[in-house]
Design a protein around this ligand. Sequence first.
Ligand code: PLP
Length: 365
Amino acid sequence: MIPFVDLRAAHAEVAEEVAEGFDRVLANTAFVQGPDVAAFEQEYAAFTGVPHCVGVGNGTDAIELALRARDLPAGSGVVLPANTFVATAEAVVRAGLRPVLADCDDDHLLLDPAAAAAVTGEDTSAIIPVHLYGQLAPMAAVHDLAAARGLAVVEDAAQSQGAEQAGRPPVGLAATSFYPGKNLGAYGEAGAVLASSPEDARAVRLLTSHGSEVKYRHETLGFNSRLDTLQAVVLRAKLKRLAGWNELRRAAADRYAALLSDVEGVRVPRTAPGNVHVWHLYVIRVPERDRVLAGLQEAGVQAQIHYPVPVHLQPAFRHLGHGPGDFPVAERAGGEILSLPMHPHLTPGQQERVAEALDKVLRQL
Ligand SMILES: *Cc1c(COP(=O)(O)O)cnc(C)c1O
């Protein structure tokens, strides 16, 4: 069996440090907002080069809180790609705003700036580029559109921890998730908001903690969505390894590209010019995807689909009034995409077996 991710191997690398950290927290009982939380926030801000980091309960909350920090007009539109994990759209609705979906580009499956411009209207107040699969959406174009139309930019950086882009405009607000399977994963729920301005960071922090900065004085209606201290311990230990782990993911992606170069029918993923990819997911495209997926599973290869149904075809978003055919690139990709096992501890031997299994399944179609 070739697992899709290997959280056990990652844990083995940090086990000692995590155990020591947990002992420290258990000894001082600072379970909520303990010193490890502030330390992680500083370390993650330094890692990303964004001045402020606010730990929150999970990635979905991070998107909602970043949107709420900007106090956007109630019910106004927020542009986001149709092909994303549902949480991006969910957070928009929960923030009292309206998802405005746009199609992606066929080469990278990232938000298409021209499609985003076409759906931006008078009552659109923000845009959420999603850094899908581990590479950044085209941020210069997104910022050009945002500047021209007065939109707030909130990046969904849940899949792009450590990713870079040449010449990208500075981060205004970015939300990330430390769900266990992400490149930087906690041992439960966790997330963060990154902010360039102290005002945005303060607004997010206020919201995470019952709208309160001074105990029992509540400036605004808030939430309880703080980064757990035990999760901060895990994240501090793993953050030290993240750059190296991302390097291993890049090596694995190169190896897949070489192994799959002459497997007929496979379209391997591309890195957009200027991007440094961190390969959260390695997503190929194949004909008759469901049969290929079944064949791989039979061969003991744990492949998955991210994501089989775009947002506009989800029952929960029926109220947006879309139907099949509205976002053709996202829909066509939805029927072709297949995520192969990808993680820092994947071995060359395992990758060879994945490529062989894929070749065999495709030949039998
Ligand atoms: C994981 C993820 C989220 C949500 O994060 P949670 O921590 O699971 O709430 C949002 N957007 C994208 C693109 C994700 O991959």
